[in-house]
Design a protein around this ligand. Structure first.
Ligand code: THU
Length: 133
């Protein structure tokens, strides 16, 4: 299996494990870190709706726990009719760990549909450098 197929399968597996009793909308995210390691996450909803978390959050937590802090690529896959694009909050979460060349791959179950640099979908962003004095 080539790496892209491995990543897509990880995203499908994550999506299939999503805990989504309320929206029924499954999302899986896979990060390829600068180190080359891969990290997956799924969305986990909550009866108190705003307490739920996005798939990208889960993947970012796994990445940080794994010792990586730079995202080279992130793949976001949902079970909707349209390819699943990261929400605004998750764009900012990705931004925290982004590099100038960080790419966001917007996927459906069958594969990558749209690829953008993070800067294209979150231009003129606020990041850690802004807090430097
Ligand atoms: N969701 C994600 O996991 N990532 C996104 O970027 C968009 C939305 C989840 C949150 C919620 O569990 C479901 O999709 C419907 O909004």
């Amino acid at each position: 299996m080539d790496e892209l197929e491995t990543i897509l399968q990880m995203a499908r597996d994550a999506m299939d494990r999503a805990y989504v009793p309320y929206s029924k909308f499954r999302v899986g995210a896979v990060i390829k870190a600068e180190s080359g390691r891969l990290y997956a996450g799924c969305n986990v909803e909550n009866a108190a709706y705003p307490a739920g978390s996005c798939a990208e959050q889960g993947a970012i937590s796994a990445m940080v726990l794994g010792g990586d802090t730079k995202i080279k690529d992130i793949y976001v896959m949902g079970n909707g009719e349209h390819p699943t694009s990261p929400c605004g909050s998750c764009r900012q979460r990705i931004r925290e760990f982004a590099m100038p060349e960080t790419r966001v791959h917007i996927c459906d179950r069958n594969g990558v549909r749209i690829t953008k640099n993070l800067t294209e979908i979150l231009p003129i962003s606020f990041g850690p450098e802004n807090l430097e004095s």
